[in-house]
Every structure is written in structure tokens, then in C-alpha cells.
Ligand binder design. Structure first.
Ligand SMILES: CC(C)=CCC/C(C)=C/CC/C(C)=C/CC/C(C)=C/CC/C(C)=C/CC/C(C)=C/CC/C(C)=C/COP(=O)(O)OP(=O)(O)O
Ligand code: 1GP
Ligand code: MG
Length: 228
């Protein structure tokens, strides 16, 4: 029904940030493959519900990327569950997941859940600090995580996260070279259609976040750059 393996471009909307109805409509009808709702600060039931119900006016698939147990609400098409592979604290690898499944296990629709093997590479971003990620990684370290995600843990998504900064295309290429069934998501610092196209050469899916709020016109152009 929602075939993530066909996606090339997604917008990530932050429930803690303002977006006008007009811009939301443009984003939802832009031809992007999905809208991810997610962020690392002040993600509450209220602001998640508010954003979800506004996105729900459109046909585009709508995904909650879970960052806090308290803000999980029903009604999304899919739930992306990050597991930070390069975290040094097991809480962010499997700990919170264990707690959540203990609480919701009985009522969970497992086919709506998609696990993302996160590898966070921008040491200055909030997610890196929160999860105590070891971001001092060379390309071969990242390749090893990618191989583990696909061959050991059978994760559907390997997510290279540079949130807030434009990443190293050689690292994205290296990760891509060792993946076949697991889909490579790239997110971080994409501000122009050219950058989106550059990362899309190697990543299966590019994620566009902050630029939606900083330069809406440029954000919109990334769709055609990736899906001409
Ligand atoms: C009732 C109901 C609908 C039930 C459904 C069942 C369900 C979905 C159950 C959930 C099961 C489950 C296993 C949940 C996991 C729970 C959990 C809290 C896991 C931890 C997730 C995690 C590792 C979070 C760490 C932070 C992280 C990686 C967040 C991802 C998003 C991210 C990096 C956003 C970037 O944030 P942003 O604000 O844009 O950052 P900048 O400031 O840098 O821009
Ligand atoms: O906000 P930006 O830097 O575009 O990053 C997108 C996404 O990967 C954040 O989780
Ligand atoms: Mg952001």
C-alpha cells in the first residue's frame, strides 16, 4: 500500500514549527512521495495531532517518525522507528523501543512500523547530543553500519543523518555501495535543488527539512530536482 521502496523524495515537517495553510498545501501537493512528521524538540501529542490533521486534508502519505513515546498518536499511515546504531547509550538503540513495545505491544499494527537504522554524522545536531552518538566515523565505519543494518538486522531503512549540515557525498556513496535491499535515506542541510540532486545520485530517498522554514521556494524546487 505504502511502498517506501519506490520513494525518492520526502519532506520532514517539524510539529514545533509554524507553517501556513497555503505553504502546507503546496508541500503536500508538490509531488513529493511522503510527509514525515518529526523533530527533536517539543514534540507533543497536541502539536503532532494538529499537524497530522492538517496534512490529512491531502492524499500524500503521512508518516510519524517517533522520537518520544508520549507523542505517539493513531492515524498516521506509517510509523518510522529510529534506532541510533552509533549511539553510545543503549537507550537510543533498543531501550526506549523495549519500553514502548511493553506498553503498546498488544495493540500494535506491526505492518505500520518501519525501523530505521540511524547513523548520525553531524556531532553538533541535537539528535547527536541527545543520543550521545559517536559521530567521529570514517567512510568504512559507516559502510560497516550499513552492512549491519541490511545483513544482520534486516532493517528496511538505513538513514544517514547530518541534520542541520550538508554532508559528505563520498560517505553517502560509500554507504550506497554496500546496500541492496535496505533503502538509503539521506537527510541534512539540503538547501538547493542542486544539493538534492547530488545526494539523490546515491541515496534512494532524500529528506528535506529545515529549508522548508528557511527558504520555501528553494525547498519546493528540490522535488523536481529529484523526480524530474
Ligand atoms: C497508540 C498507537 C498509535 C500505537 C502505535 C504503536 C507504535 C507506533 C508504537 C511505537 C513502538 C516503538 C518501538 C517506539 C519507539 C519509541 C522511541 C521513543 C524510540 C526512540 C527513538 C529515537 C532513537 C529518538 C532519538 C532522536 C532521533 C533520532 C530522532 C529522529 C528525528 C530527528 C533526528 C529529527 C531531527 O530533529 P530536528 O528538530 O529537525 O533537528 P535540528 O534542530 O537539527 O533541525
Ligand atoms: O533539517 P535538515 O537539515 O534538512 O535535515 C533533514 C532531516 O534529516 C532531519 O532529521
Ligand atoms: Mg530540523
Amino acid at each position: 500500500m505504502y511502498d517506501v521502496t519506490e520513494w525518492k523524495h520526502v519532506f520532514k515537517l517539524d510539529p514545533d514549527k509554524e507553517i501556513s495553510d497555503e505553504n502546507l498545501e503546496i508541500i503536500c501537493e508538490s509531488g513529493t512521495d511522503a510527509i514525515i512528521v518529526g523533530g527533536s524538540d517539543n514534540v507533543t501529542m497536541d502539536n503532532v495531532l494538529n499537524l497530522m490533521s492538517r496534512i490529512r486534508r491531502y492524499l500524500v502519505p503521512c508518516v510519524l517518525e517517533v522520537s518520544e513515546i508520549e507523542s505517539i498518536i493513531p492515524g498516521f499511515d506509517l510509523y518510522f522507528i529510529p534506532s541510533v546504531m552509533n549511539s553510545t547509550n543503549t537507550k537510543w538503540v533498543m531501550g526506549l523501543h523495549h519500553e514502548a513495545v511493553k506498553e503498546y505491544g498488544e495493540i500494535m499494527s506491526w505492518d505500520e512500523l518501519i525501523v530505521e537504522g540511524y547513523c548520525i554524522l553531524n556531532g553538533d545536531c541535537k539528535a547527536a547530543k541527545l543520543t550521545e552518538a559517536n559521530t567521529e566515523l570514517a567512510a568504512d565505519d559507516v559502510m560497516a553500519y550499513a552492512r549491519m543494518a541490511e545483513n544482520m538486522f534486516h532493517m528496511p531503512i538505513f538513514y544517514l543523518e547530518y541534520s542541520g549540515t550538508y554532508g559528505d557525498v563520498n560517505v553517502v556513496q560509500a554507504a550506497s555501495s554496500v546496500l541492496s535491499s535496505t533503502k538509503l535515506f539521506y537527510g541534512g542541510g539540503i538547501e538547493t535543488p542542486e544539493q538534492a540532486a547530488e545526494m539523490a545520485e546515491y541515496a534512494d530517498v532524500v529528506v528535506i527539512g529545515n529549508v522548508i522554514y528557511d527558504d520555501f521556494g528553494s525547498a519546493l524546487k528540490t522535488v523536481k530536482a529529484v523526480k524530474p
